[in-house]
Design a protein around this ligand. Structure first.
Ligand SMILES: Cc1ncc(COP(=O)(O)O)c(C=O)c1O
Length: 285
C-alpha cells in the first residue's frame, strides 16, 4: 500500500481493527457536536513522542469539558498498540481521540489512528512557511474570563481552525498567525508561535491568553539551553517579529517550520533553525 494511504486504527477495548472498520455511532456526540478531546503526536521509531505530556494535556482538556476520560495508562497502551502496528522506520502522525459517546448515554468512543506525515508538512520543514496574520476576534485576556470559549482546550471542535487554514490557502499563503483583538500574536490554528530574541527563545504565555499550551514548544523551551538560549514567555505584536532572530511555528508532527514571510514581508532565514530542529530530534529535511 502506498505509505500516504496507510492507516492503523486501534480502538479501546477492541485493539487494532481494519482501517475501514466502522466505530462511531450516528449519535456519537463527537460527530454531532464536536464534543470530545484529541491529541496529535509524532510517531518515531515505532512509538509516540512526548506521550506523557500529551496525555497530561488530554486529561486537562477533558476535565475542562467535564468529559470522562479513560485512565492514562489505558490511553498510553492504546497509543502504543497502534504505533506498534506502524512500520518502525517510517515517521507517522498519531491522533488519539475520545468523544463524549452516544447521545443516549454510554461510554466514550476512544480510538487511536496512525497515518503518514503529509507532504505539505515535510515541505514546510524544508522550505518554511508564508504566513498571514488573522484576527481571532477576542482580546488576549478575554478567554480567561470566559471559560466556555475553551481557551487552552484541545477539543474536537476544530472547524474554526480548519476554516482559517482554508482562508489562508485562498490567499495563497501556507499558514496563519492568529492575532488577538487588541493586537497581540497568539498562535497558529494548529501550531505554537516560537521566536528568538537575542539570547531568549520565546513563546506566548498560554495561561494569560488561552492559546493551547503546545507540547513541542514546551519541550523546546525546556531544552533551550542546549542551543544556547534562555527560555521566555512574552506577549508580542506581529510587527515586532520582523526584528526577531528567527520565527517558527511548532507542533508535534511538523516539529518546526520557519516563518519566511509574514503578511507578504520576507523574513530572513534564521541561523538557529537547524540547532532547534536537532533539539527536537527531527532529522534534517
Ligand atoms: C491550536 C493549536 N496550538 C498549538 C498546537 C501545537 O501543539 P503541540 O506542539 O502540542 O502539537 C496545536 C497542535 O495541534 C494546536 O492545534
Amino acid at each position: 500500500m502506498a505509505e500516504r494511504a496507510r492507516r492503523v486504527v486501534a480502538v479501546l477495548g477492541r485493539g487494532v481493527v481494519p482501517a475501514e472498520a466502522p466505530l462511531l455511532r450516528a449519535d456519537d456526540l463527537g460527530a454531532l457536536r464536536g464534543d470530545g478531546v484529541f491529541e496529535t503526536m509524532h510517531v518515531r521509531a515505532g512509538a509516540p513522542w512526548l506521550v506523557e505530556a500529551h496525555l497530561a494535556r488530554m486529561a486537562r482538556s477533558a476535565a475542562r469539558l467535564e468529559l470522562p476520560l479513560p485512565a492514562a495508562a489505558a490511553l498510553a497502551r492504546l497509543a502504543a498498540q497502534a504505533c506498534a502496528a506502524w512500520p518502525a522506520d517510517v515517521e507517522g502522525a498519531l491522533r488519539l481521540v475520545c468523544t463524549r459517546g452516544p447521545e443516549t448515554g454510554g461510554p466514550p468512543t476512544t480510538y487511536a489512528l496512525v497515518s503518514a506525515v503529509a507532504d505539505a508538512v515535510r515541505a514546510a520543514r524544508r522550505a518554511g512557511l508564508a504566513v498571514a496574520t488573522a484576527s481571532l476576534g477576542v482580546a488576549a485576556a478575554a478567554r480567561g474570563d470566559a471559560p466556555w470559549l475553551l481557551g487552552g482546550v484541545k477539543s474536537l471542535s476544530y472547524a474554526t481552525n480548519m476554516a482559517t487554514l482554508r482562508w489562508a490557502a485562498g490567499r495563497g499563503v501556507d499558514d496563519v498567525l492568529w492575532v488577538s483583538a487588541d493586537g497581540y500574536a497568539l498562535e497558529g490554528p494548529t501550531s505554537t508561535l516560537v521566536w528568538a530574541d537575542g539570547g531568549a527563545l520565546c513563546t506566548v504565555p498560554a495561561a494569560d491568553t488561552g492559546v493551547l499550551p503546545g507540547c513541542t514548544a514546551r519541550y523546546l523551551l525546556d531544552h533551550a539551553a542546549g542551543a544556547g538560549f534562555a527560555a521566555a514567555e512574552r506577549m508580542v505584536r506581529p510587527a515586532a517579529l520582523a526584528a526577531a532572530d528567527g520565527v517558527w511555528l511548532a507542533s508535534s508532527v511538523r516539529g518546526l517550520a520557519e516563518v519566511r514571510a509574514l503578511d507578504g514581508a520576507a523574513l530572513p532565514a534564521s541561523r538557529h533553525t537547524a540547532a532547534l530542529r536537532d533539539l527536537l530530534g527531527f532529522p534534517a529535511p
